[in-house]
Structures are given as C-alpha cells and as structure tokens.
Design a protein around this ligand. Sequence first.
Ligand code: SF4
Ligand code: SF4
Length: 407
Amino acid sequence: MTAVLPSRPQRPTGGRLVDQFEYGLDAPICLTWELTYACNLACVHCLSSSGRRDPRELSTAEAEAVIDELQRMQVFYVNVGGGEPTVRPDFWHLLDYAIGHDVGVKFSTNGVKLDKTRAAQLAATDYVDVQISLDGATAEVNDRVRGTGSFATATRALENLAEAGMKDFKVSVVVTRENAGQLDEFKALTDRYGAQLRITRLRPSGRGADVWDELHPTQAQQRELYSWLLANGEQVLTGDSFFHLSAFGEALPGLNLCGAGRVVCLIDPVGDVYACPFAIHENFLAGNVRDEGGFQRVWQQSELFADLRSPQTGGACTKCAHFDACRGGCMAAKFFTGLPLDGPDPECVQGYGETALAARDAATVKPKSHLDHSHTGPVRGQPTLLGIPAIPSKICDESPLAGLDLR
Ligand code: SF4
Ligand code: SF4
C-alpha cells in the first residue's frame, strides 16, 4: 500500500513495518463496521452503549454502496459488529453481498440467531468467520456481566457451529477482574468446541466507563495475564489489546502501536467514521460515509486521521525506557479516563498510570461519548436483564500485522 497525505511527513520506505504503519495506509487493515446499535442485551461494559436501534441507520442500499466502495479500495475483510448485527433483518443479505464483492466478513455475535440452520449455512460459506462473545467460563461469572441466560445462549451457538463443522470460529472474551483467573478454563472450553480463543482488553468506552474502575484487571492480574500470554500467545488471538503489557519485558506478538486512524477505524451504524471502535466521541469523528467522496475520502483526507498519522514526539511517555515496547498504550483508555493522550496508559505496567489517575484534578471531567443507545428504564446500568447475552467485541480477530514480517 502507498502512503497518503503527501503534505505530511512521509512513510519510510524501509525498516520495520510497525514504523511504516505509524504514517497510515491508503486503506485500513482493521476496519470495524457496526451495523446497528440495536441489541437484545444490555451488557454492563458495552463499548458502544448499544441497545436501541438508531432511526438514522444506513439503509440496505447505503450499506451495499459502502461494500462496493470497500471492494474498490481493496479492503479484503471487515469486522462486523454492533449492537447485535444479526438482529438487522438484512444482515444475512449483506453478508452474502459482501462476500460476493470480495469483502470477507468476520462478525461478532452473542449467538442469539445462530440456530442449527444458520450454523450450517455459515459452515458452508467461504470468507466468513464468526466469533461468539463470552465473558465468563462459567454461567455465574459470565451472566453477571452479560445477563441471565447469556452463557446458555452463547454455548448453544458454539455447539451448533461445532456440530455443523464450522472451522476456525472464535470465542471472544473481554478480560475483567472477575474472569482473569479463568484463562485456562476459557482455553479448555474453546478447545472443546474446536474453536479458537480471542481475548481483548476492557476499555473505559461506552458503558464500559461506568464499570471500568471495578472491573479492569488489577496490576497483579496484568502481570499474570502477561505471563499467560507469553506461554500461550501462539494459540490465542489478542489483536492490539495488550501491547501495553510488553513494557513488562519481552514483547508480545502483534501490533505494538495504537493503530487508530492509521490501520484501524470504525464505521458506526449511521455511517459516522471514527478513529477506533473504542473511541466513539466527537473528538475522534473523522467524517461520514454519506458525505461526498464517501468512506475513501474520509480515510484518506480527513484532518483528524492526518493528525493521528503524525508520530508522537513529545510527552511523558516518549521519555520512558519502555516507550518502544508500549508506545504509551491505548489512546481510548487514556482519553476516557481523563488522562492526557501523550502520557501513560491508565493501566501502565510501570505504575505511572495509577499515579496519573490519582493525580487527576478534582475538577477533571472524564469525557463521555455524545451517543448512548442504551435501553431506557430499569436495564440501564444493570447486567443484562433482557434474557439473552451480548456485545460484540470490536477489534481485529488477529493482529493487523498477522502474516507480515515485523522485523
Ligand atoms: S485507541 Fe486503543 S483500542 Fe483503539 S486502536 Fe488505539 S490502542 Fe487500539
Ligand atoms: S510510562 Fe508510558 S511508555 Fe512507559 S510503560 Fe507506562 S505507558 Fe508505557
């Protein structure tokens, strides 16, 4: 791929890919597309505060036009989520449409629609991958976060996929303080279904901000997670979730760089394009696919993405001995906890994040997303009360650098 934005610093033509990616590419490697904010569940940590459908949602024809554009831009696959994407009546049509236009689909679901018939259909389709969200290796742990009955729904979907002969499907877990001790159990559960485990980081985005203080892993759990990933990393997918842990010592596999606006972005259900699925906030809104020039223009010409593609040269983290390993961590995690973007990640493994959190001024206002599609009434802020689980995770199944030479 070629560099964009010629007036900006140019992407180096040699050296490590991670350094080249810092300057952005002319098409995203890890594009997440949330098809709807509608969801049958109300998980406590939902990063997009999903629940109710937005009436301005892209129509079927508009969604097809986005797929046509992705095909022209040679975006080879898209991560589809929500909300719960399968509750959109045209979901299965759009899945076929994308595959028919050379855009592979990886979709995240709570499993609510994955009966035996759908599982068989998916198993017989090329260029489609599915990941089932599960946040506890037991119903007790899972349902506290995702809602009563959600563990049963998810495992039924896993059974249906396994029985249908689906290959390479995923179990997607957000690591929390409550389930961090279940990593071996998650691995065993996943192996039992012939699936692959994917673990991601809890970010303080959407409703996740409401529970982050009590649910994000402790420092001791982060250390254990790091050791577990060193031992099991080859068999477990993590995307860009845990690169901040590389500051413990040996680098973990994957992209050691925040890819927001560089190789990662989000198209939300109404066509707004954000720098990252975990950054649904006006500050990270780059444009809308309905605007003239569509998605391609937003990706290649927005001022916001141009800024994000400028390498970080200042701030406290650039002075840190571990900067090359962790690059200051996750932009979204810093932003939604009210920390400066050029300072340490709130979960900095050297402890600087905790210090920074403690030093926040009493007057510090933690930014909140301007959007909230949560169900109204008694379900707000409660662990799923709607009978079925869910909140698709929003990050690449695999590292955006999978298969590439990182030297
Ligand atoms: S903001 Fe965080 S979640 Fe988003 S791309 Fe950067 S590191 Fe990943
Ligand atoms: S101070 Fe910044 S660069 Fe250093 S380990 Fe912490 S988050 Fe990473």
